[in-house]
Design a protein around this ligand. Structure first.
Ligand code: SF4
Length: 220
């Protein structure tokens, strides 16, 4: 039964991976939004470098970034790639938060969950994954952001339809786990995708959850 496998997989993953320290603290919503925009199509390392550089140059606040010179934002986020687009998005999103939401994410995050998610997705550069990251990490809302690792691991484990899109994977995973575990599931599936269940040549022979995986040993 898939529910039992899902439960067993989470238990094993909790034993082999530790949760990062930052995962226990609620993060500033605007900073999470900006960091997630920077992280699109780049590695964690480049995201961290670009976010740090941006933070060194500017206070990460809507009123500051909305009025910053675009060339200076570009320069700060260059390490993350697609820096022209990202700088434009960061400035535009900051301006909207400033003008339409009184410079705070709170009016959005205090809406009922679906409304909050929809409103976030009206912001430039914010798709479902970015919205879900902000909702999960900065508002403790029950959602599982689906990045490339989460999608791949969930599908190989048979926890989500093999050809499912973002929403299919998210809703399938959410149906298998308790809302209080969503953050853990998100973080640990990413960790597992990085260490064992790699996109090319997954390490099935060494994989500690292989006994629960219908894709074990398949050439994927
Ligand atoms: S057995 Fe292979 S395909 Fe299944 S989760 Fe482990 S690494 Fe991924």
């Amino acid at each position: 039964m898939v529910e039992k496998r899902a439960d067993a997989v989470l238990k094993v993953l909790q034993q082999i991976y530790s949760m990062p320290k930052w995962s226990g603290a609620r993060r500033n919503a605007f900073e999470t939004l900006i960091a997630t925009i920077i992280s699109q199509n780049t590695s964690d390392r480049n995201t961290a470098r670009a976010f740090e550089r941006l933070s060194n140059r500017f206070e990460i606040k809507p009123e500051v970034l909305a009025n910053a010179e675009i060339s200076q934002i570009e320069e700060a986020v260059r390490a993350a790639g697609l820096y022209r687009n990202k700088a434009k998005t960061i400035k535009a999103v900051s301006k909207i938060i400033l003008d339409k939401f009184h410079g705070s994410m709170q009016p959005i995050l205090s809406l009922p969950f679906e409304e909050s998610r929809k409103t976030l997705m009206t912001l430039p550069g914010v798709g479902p994954k970015t919205a879900d990251v902000v909702l999960l990490f900065s508002a403790a809302q029950p959602t599982i952001p689906v990045d490339t690792h989460v999608k791949r691991v969930a599908q190989r484990l048979g926890f989500a339809p093999a050809t499912g899109n973002y929403e299919d994977v998210r809703s399938s995973l959410q149906a298998l786990y308790n809302p209080q575990d969503y953050l853990t599931v998100h973080v640990l599936l990413i960790a597992h995708g990085r260490r064992y269940c790699k996109a090319k040549r997954p390490l099935c022979k060494q994989c500690p959850i292989s006994m629960y995986c219908p894709s074990k040993g398949m050439m994927i």
